[in-house]
Structure formats: structure tokens, C-alpha cells
Design a binder for this molecule. Structure first.
Ligand SMILES: Cc1ncc(COP(=O)(O)O)c(C=O)c1O
Length: 308
């Protein structure tokens, strides 16, 4: 199905598949745009931690032993916001468990086109033999957000109810925009655009990493970035994320504390930094300003005399 954004797909899935009180597993930290939709239909958000392989299925089973989720929302290609790629092993376990427990998986593939390193792993939807996966991809990050076009692959037994819901709500996303996008893809412009942008964003990422090495060491650490338009980074030296964001805003740099993406108590002290939308000059200015902001609020290093 062609739809008006992943947001509409989430809203549609929530209304069609969830009843008030139904448990929904969400990655912790995770995408607030999904949580808000599930909460709006009265579902119960069950946060599940994310480790280096993506959503930690076993931790979820331990944390929510008596509540089989009705739906699991995941971003396996590039976890939002931590950037982890779900391993093949975890994907297969998740699919098998969803099949056995009759749970639906909502796979949000919002920005998988921008991968700079590491091999892409097949989507859950492509590995699914039990028709338990709803797959959503978007043109928001890969083209532009104002387009409001996305696509949805749903299991065949729910195609009719999704199509009916679409026809009684929006009917369809604007057909002229769809036709133009269709030509854009079939004439090869889309593939060229993705290739060009991937190179440009990879270049900007390497500029960010180089500048961070020069100017942010001891203040902020950027982990290896495999994909996406933004990255998580970890604050050093006892600097707290909310304080860092306020200090950075005074220097006209926008960073988002990671804790804003947490639902439960597991708050991690990190920031989200965008790098794809800014050129090298702006990146240099941003890193310099951010460094100044963080230096201002960093705890002064203890001198030997202080320790006595
Ligand atoms: C995790 C996640 N899902 C989905 C989207 C895109 O949603 P939509 O297609 O409604 O613009 C975004 C946008 O950045 C996102 O970060």
C-alpha cells in the first residue's frame, strides 16, 4: 500500500489491531512518534531494552513474563535512536517467537537506504514465513518530509482491512505526487539521488568524526556510525545530557538528550547529533560551539590538592 507516512501506517495499525489495554513492546529508548500513537488507542507501552543486537528479546520476556504483546514495534535496520542494526540471529528468534505467540511485528524501515558501512541484513518482512510482519518504509528521510509518502507491506490476511481503513479515511495519498514519484523512480533519478546523497552524507559524517576527534575528546564520544542521518554520542566527564542540551542551545547548536526517547527508568546519558543536513563549514562551527558549551559545564578536573 502507498500511504501518507509511517505515522499514518502506525495510526492505522494501532486502530485496526489494538484494543485498550493491549501490551505493545517498544524498543527502549525508542521512537516517540510510535509510542504516542499506541498510547492514543489506550495500549500499554512495555519498554524492552536494546543491546548490541537490537531489541533484546530475552530481556523482554523476563521483564514482561505474563504479558504476551499484541504488537512489537521495531526499527531493525537502524535502531532509532541508538543506531544498532538487529543481527540476523535476533531477527530469526524474534520472528519465531512472534509466530509462536501470535504477535504482530511492526517493522519500521524509516532510513535503511543510508548505510555507510556494514552489510545490510534482510528485512524481517523478507525473512517472515508466518505472515506476522507489517513492514513500513518512508520517503521522508530519503527524499523529503513534506512529500508525505510512504509504503506498507502487510500480510495477505489483513490486506482487506487495511485497504478498507484507508478508503474510509484518506482514500489515498495525492495521486499527482505518486505519479511524479513513480516517474522519478522508474527513470533512474531516485537511485542516482540515493547514491549521491549517501556519498555526501558519508563525507559529512567523516568530517564530524574528524572534528570531534580534534575538539570534543574528553567531552563527547561518537561511537562507530554505520547508517542514518544522525548519531547518538556519549557524554564524558560527568556532563548531564539535559544540561548539555541547554548549554548548547545558548551557542545556537541543537542537540537532543537521549533520555527524551526513554519510556521507563533506563535513562542513558547521551545526545543525538544530526550531521547529514549540514555542510562541512557548519559542522566545524557546530563542533566548535558545542565544545565551548560543554567545556563551560564540565566538572573541573580535581587537582591532587583537592583530593586531600
Ligand atoms: C523512527 C522513525 N520512523 C518513521 C519516520 C518517518 O515517518 P513519516 O514517514 O511519517 O515521516 C521517522 C522520521 O524521521 C523516524 O525517525
Amino acid at each position: 500500500m502507498i500511504i501518507s507516512g509511517v505515522q499514518q501506517a502506525l495510526d492505522c495499525a494501532a486502530h485496526l489491531l489494538l484494543d485498550a489495554g493491549d501490551p505493545v513492546w517498544m524498543e527502549e529508548p525508542g521512537y516517540p512518534g510510535a509510542a504516542v500513537v499506541f498510547r492514543a488507542v489506550g495500549a500499554k507501552i512495555c519498554p524492552v531494552p536494546v543491546d548490541s543486537e537490537g531489541l533484546n528479546l530475552e530481556a523482554g520476556q523476563r521483564r514482561w513474563p505474563r504479558q504476551r504483546p499484541r504488537l512489537i514495534y521495531v526499527t531493525p535496520a537502524h535502531q532509532f535512536p541508538l543506531g544498532v542494526t538487529m543481527s540476523l540471529r535476533r531477527r530469526l528468534s524474534l520472528l519465531e517467537w512472534a509466530r509462536r505467540s501470535k504477535t504482530i511485528i511492526f517493522e519500521d524501515d524509516y532510513d535503511s537506504e543510508y548505510r555507510y558501512s556494514g552489510r545490510p541484513i534482510p528485512a524481517l518482512q523478507g525473512l517472515d514465513r508466518a505472515a506476522v510482519v507489517i513492514f513500513a518504509g518512508s520517503f521522508t528521510d530519503v527524499l523529503f518530509p513534506a512529500l508525505r509518502l510512504a509504503y506498507l507491506v502487510v500480510p495477505s490476511d489483513v490486506v482487506d482491512i487495511f485497504a478498507a481503513a484507508e478508503s474510509v479515511s484518506t482514500h489515498h495519498p495525492p495521486l499527482i505526487d505518486q505519479a511524479i514519484l513513480c516517474d522519478f523512480i522508474s527513470e533512474g533519478h531516485f537511485a542516482r539521488h540515493v547514491r549521491r546523497m549517501r556519498e555526501l552524507y558519508a563525507e559529512r559524517l567523516s568530517v564530524l568524526i574528524e572534528l570531534a576527534g580534534e575538539r570534543l575528546t574528553g567531552l563527547l564520544e561518537i561511537p562507530a556510525v554505520e547508517a542514518g542521518l544522525r548519531t547518538v554520542c556519549w557524554l564524558q566527564g560527568g556532563i548531564l545530557a539535559e544540561r548539555a542540551a541547554r548549554a548548547a542551545a545558548k551557542y545556537d547548536v541543537e542537540v537532543v538528550p537521549l533520555e527524551r526517547y526513554a519510556y521507563g527508568r533506563a535513562k542513558r546519558n547521551g545526545l543525538m547529533l544530526g550531521f547529514a543536513a549540514v555542510d562541512a563549514r557548519e559542522l566545524r562551527r557546530g563542533v566548535e560551539q558545542l565544545a565551548r558549551a560543554l567545556e563551560e559545564i564540565r566538572q573541573p578536573l580535581k587537582t591532587p590538592a583537592d583530593r586531600l
